[in-house]
Design a protein around this ligand. Sequence first.
Ligand SMILES: Nc1ncnc2c1ncn2[C@@H]1O[C@H](COP(=O)(O)OP(=O)(O)O)[C@@H](O)[C@H]1O
Ligand SMILES: [Mg+2]
Length: 290
Amino acid sequence: MGKNKMKEVSNFKGSSTYVVSRELMNSVNVAVALQKPLLIKGEPGTGKTMLAEAIAESMGMELIIWNIKSTTKAQEGLYVYDTVQRLYDSQFGEGDVSDIKKYIKLGKLGEAFTSEKQVVMLIDEIDKADLEFPNDLLWELDKMEYHIPETKETIKAKHRPIVIITSNAEKELPDAFLRRCIFHYIEFPTEEKMEEIVRVHYPDIESKLLENAMEAFYWIRNMKDIQKKPSTSELLDWLQALVLSGVSVDRIKTEIPYVGVLLKKNQDLETLFNVKDRNSKSNNSGYRWR
Ligand SMILES: Nc1ncnc2c1ncn2[C@@H]1O[C@H](COP(=O)(O)OP(=O)(O)O)[C@@H](O)[C@H]1O
Ligand SMILES: [Mg+2]
């Protein structure tokens, strides 16, 4: 496939509200061109879920989200057969219970396959489910079709959806599954990239406030022994708290106000207080964190 052909198939460039690196842009476009699922990994808050939204928006497609939980089974994405309702209807209802079709409810994959237009299908946080889950979906994601024995129907994708799969965990997914995906790891944003992301959300933020907050944020993230590093969404929340409270810009680095927006574990707060203690003793510039 020539370069131009690739452009014809897909031309994802990010969106006005989503900052995307060139590498990520390329991964999206390759996955779309090759019609393979794009597996996105990265720590929480690195914009994995939002990527699917941005792709749908920029391509003018509907986004269908399948949120995976620890109890989710692959079958639920295909269809569920509501036998309980059917039994109920057979006893008390008036409807025709011989029409099994009425009791078959398509899952999210079924919804994506039967859509009249091509859609973006997000399978969000696939690592939450058990290890069988990804393997159970291999065939359906490959062939983009499945059979419903109860109604002898075959659900076949009218248009292959663009499939985005996200995973937070370090937990490895099965090899057979990985072989079929295009993989991309979203690195935690550099300070430069983060500034871009912040400005997308708060275009009018005061530069000095942002500079001081970013310095404190990356300092905390890079502190030894922090167990749950604050993420992009926490930085955004923190900035909002700082702006709304009208806290003086000079106090941001020295006091870290509203630290509970950034750190959510007792141990992490303690780590921070200990560093603060040590520094205030050894540092005659006063009540400084560093
Ligand atoms: N590249 C980005 N561009 C714009 N906003 C971003 C970006 N990455 C993260 N964010 C912000 O961080 C929040 C968390 O992103 P999200 O997609 O939920 O992360 P994840 O799914 O990786 O945990 C988003 O709601 C958005 O406000
Ligand atoms: Mg997410």
